[in-house]
Write a protein that binds this ligand. Structure first.
Ligand code: ADP
Ligand code: ZN
Ligand code: ZN
Length: 753
């Protein structure tokens, strides 16, 4: 027996060695309780069992084991290790993020810890007593009591004939699957026929059923067959590029049915939690109780239960969730689907591990020997390049289902509209006309504006003064309904200024516009229309969100104004017009991915229009009517966008032809921050030469009271990333040794977006 265990704790620290108490049975992947420091009791994961005593005098014993089965299997252990190595964080940080909070209690005493431990729900389980296990004896008994107690006999026979597969590991029958009342069970127990025990609910094996999935159209069927070939020939990853409304979901369903039927688990990732409820309903209609949702909006108890249940599952489960679902201990993984694979919300950027969910899905899937299906109308250039290079299988679906036609796209030149005097508040004449027509026909309109609030800043017309955030280097946004100024970076709020503090003018001008202002302006222009707004301010709760969506879906609202939130996935039948109010602020983001992103976003928004037989209209307002991105969107020409962008990326060695590692340095003292970043950049240049960019000041160089500087590393594809990470670690260690730089925090973002 191993005497020592390296235990991972949910801290930014390496695994610590603990002693395994005599008689405690442990496996790698087990969750345990340990005392760490004098007053802390933590949940830890057994990472390695071994017999090498560590070089310390006193070694603490493990307190106790938490569940009767390991939480992680060997592949998940490998996955966490890969993640920590690749994204340059500790396994403890992976643990902190991966486990739902109730599954990793932390306490200041042993008793407190035990009281916080997660107890799965228990329920009664029934078994025949020893004496009646013998089938012949039991049937004789049934004959004997047949006349006197026919109901008793029925229940006993039911118990005797119970499907072996549905019993728990002790051979007991879940009470809830028996058809009888509790007085009968009590009677049978008293008469010595059965035992009834309270036990943790165990995961049952699914009974075999044939799933009825929608019949595929011939082009969907062709794509399905291509995907199956990819899977069967061991291609590993397949990219499905299908326009919105082409029926990608139906193809997913066919793949899911295939996988579940052979006992495999399926993990389906979706970018927006908000979208899961719609999708879950669709999936449940076909796959019933096998469907489980998993995302951060679910209560911690639900998530923890799901987590623990998955670690015992027998396979045949469908998980639909956000990127965090990647960390569910899904043991029989055979298929991973990443829907809207281009979506930026798959990347976790704000805290370690800063992982890219799509890339991790591919890695996890490979570790299980499973198959990955990526789907999108507008794939990321990374995935598209892999498809072109035949690393991934690739299929396209170009027509919408049921003869629905692609929307007509109108590019509306804002400057010209202004010159002709046709623009009213924020709407060019083309958009005004389209909206008026739609409303007349009783059809609906969606208006997209990338910014929330009323106006992004309020300025003094005389001296140019603006109200800025005291913690961040940005202006405060005016939120008119809430009657306050708000920082979109730190949440700081202030009163709306009544006058300029310098020249005392009271005539402050709101500049620029957000969703709130559009909502007001459109209501003024179409006073009879019912207008609603969907953005972070109006959907603070799930119910508020569902109400806004529900009212639009049922036609109680005519015009829906919103941010990105309205762009994704919804399938509204009656939307005839989609307006993009200002494409310019999508096009001019200082980022090498700006064109790709703008194309994706506009195409997604456009996809909301005209989903049935009727042709929808999309109006894009821009002062850059000649911008090639606008042209590609208008023609629906993904290939042209991709070709042009890939050429450019190739010329400047940007992803997918290189990998970017972004270092973000933050500190209170701007001078020390500057010194530290120069020192780091210099050191990195010695190791990486011209691959180092910066230090540079980001567009917003101060957030939450901390100054920010960035350094970027560009590693060409074909160069060893693991070597690069090693060199980077060495340099960070060097800088970390300098005392006055200890106050600077350095965040590493591998494959930064
Ligand atoms: P996508 O995911 O590609 O945007 P969906 O799968 O949501 O497209 O399909 C769009 C609409 O067409 C949905 O309402 C869907 O139910 C319907 N649809 C697509 N394919 C089929 C099919 N084979 N049978 C029945 N309905 C389909
Ligand atoms: Zn002023
Ligand atoms: Zn702020």
């Amino acid at each position: 027996m191993n005497r020592f265990a390296d235990i991972v704790l949910p801290l930014a620290q390496p695994a610590y060695c603990f002693a395994v108490p005599e008689g405690m049975e442990l496996r790698e992947g087990d969750a345990v309780a340990v005392q760490f420091g004098r007053r802390n009791f933590y949940t830890g994961i057994v990472w390695r069992l071994h017999d090498n005593p560590p070089q310390v005098k006193r070694i603490k014993p493990i307190d106790h084991r938490l569940y009767d089965h390991p939480l992680l299997d060997d592949k998940q252990i490998k996955f966490w290790e890969w993640l920590a190595d690749y994204y340059m964080c500790t396994i403890g940080e992976v643990m902190r993020m991966a486990l739902p909070s109730l599954a990793k209690p932390k306490a200041s005493s042993d008793e407190e810890f035990r009281s916080m431990e997660f107890r799965p729900r228990t329920e009664p389980y029934v078994a025949l007593t020893e004496r009646w296990l013998d089938g012949e004896a039991l049937s004789a008994e049934c004959e004997r009591i047949a006349r006197r107690a026919p109901r008793r006999r029925e229940v006993l026979e039911q118990i005797a004939a119970f499907d072996e597969k549905l019993k728990n590991s002790e051979g007991e029958i879940p009470r809830r699957l028996l058809e009888c009342d509790s007085s009968m069970l009590l009677a049978l127990k008293k008469a010595g026929y059965i035992t009834v025990e309270q036990r943790e609910r165990e995961v049952e094996q699914h009974a075999e059923v044939a799933f009825v999935t929608p019949a595929l159209t011939s082009s969907q069927q062709r794509v399905f067959e291509e995907i199956v070939i990819s899977e069967e020939t061991g291609r590993g990853v397949h990219l499905l590029q299908g326009v919105t409304g082409s029926g990608k979901t139906e193809i997913y369903m066919a793949m899911i049915a295939r996988t579940l039927a052979r006992g495999g688990d399926v993990l389906m990732l979706v970018p927006e939690i908000a979208l899961t409820s719609q999708l879950i309903e669709r999936m449940e209609r076909i796959f019933g109780s096998r469907v489980t949702a998993y995302h951060s909006k679910l209560g911690s108890r639900r998530r923890t239960e799901t987590y623990i249940r998955q670690s015992q599952s027998h396979g045949g489960e469908l998980i639909v969730g956000a990127r965090s679902a990647l960390f569910l201990p899904t043991r029989h993984l055979q298929l991973v689907i990443v829907d809207e694979e281009h979506d930026t919300s798959y990347k976790q950027s704000d805290s370690a591990p800063r992982y890219q969910g799509r890339d991790c899905a591919i890695m996890l899937s490979a570790m299980y020997g499973a198959f990955t299906l990526l789907g999108s109308a507008t794939p990321s250039l990374e995935s598209y390049a892999n498809a072109l290079g035949e690393k991934y299988g690739y299929s396209t679906l170009k027509e919408r289902y049921g003869g629905a036609v692609q929307p007509r796209i109108i590019i509306s030149d804002t400057i010209r509209s202004v010159k002709r005097g046709e623009r009213k508040s924020h709407f060019n004449s083309a958009l005004q006309r389209a909206i008026a027509d739609a409303l007349e026909q009783g059809e609906q309109v969606m208006l997209f504006q990338n910014r929330r609030g009323f106006s992004p800043f309020v300025a003094c017309p005389d001296c140019g003064w603006t109200l800025r955030c005291p913690n961040c280097n940005v202006t405060l946004t005016w939120h008119r309904a809430a009657d306050r100024m708000e920082c979109h970076y730190c949440g700081h709020t202030a009163q709306v200024p009544k006058s300029c503090p310098h020249c005392k003018t009271t005539d402050l001008t709101p500049m620029g516009f957000g969703t709130e202002k559009i909502e007001e302006a459109i209501a003024a222009l179409f006073p009879d229309a019912r207008v609603a707004r969907l953005d972070r301010d109006t959907s603070t709760s799930e119910s508020a969100y569902n109400r806004i969506i529900g009212e639009f879906a049922s036609g109680q609202t005519d015009i829906l104004v919103g941010t990105q939130m309205i762009t994704k996935g919804f399938d509204f039948d009656n939307v005839a017009v989609v307006g993009i109010l200002n494409a310019d602020n999508l096009l001019f983001i200082p980022d090498f991915r700006a064109s790709e992103r703008a194309f994706q976003l506009m195409t997604q928004v456009a996809g909301r229009a005209g989903r049935r037989q009727k042709e929808g209209v999309v109006v894009i307002q821009t002062s850059e009517a000649d911008n090639p991105v606008i042209g590609w969107v208008a023609r629906g020409d993904y290939e042209a966008m991709a070709r042009s962008e890939l050429n450019e990326r190739h010329a400047f060695a940007y992803p997918p032809y290189s990998r970017l590692v972004r270092l973000t340095l933050k500190g209170e003292d701007a001078t020390i921050l500057k010194q530290c970043s120069s020192r780091l950049a210099e050191g990195l240049r010695r190791r990486f030469g011209g691959r180092v960019m910066g230090p540079m000041t980001p567009p917003i160089d101060r957030i939450r009271g901390l100054w920010i500087v960035q350094i970027m590393l560009k590693i060409e594809c074909g160069r060893s990333m693991s070597r690069a990470r090693e060199l980077l670690r060495q340099e960070l260690d060097e800088v970390g040794k300098i005392k006055e730089y200890k106050q600077i925090s350095i965040a590493i973002d591998v494959d930064a977006q």
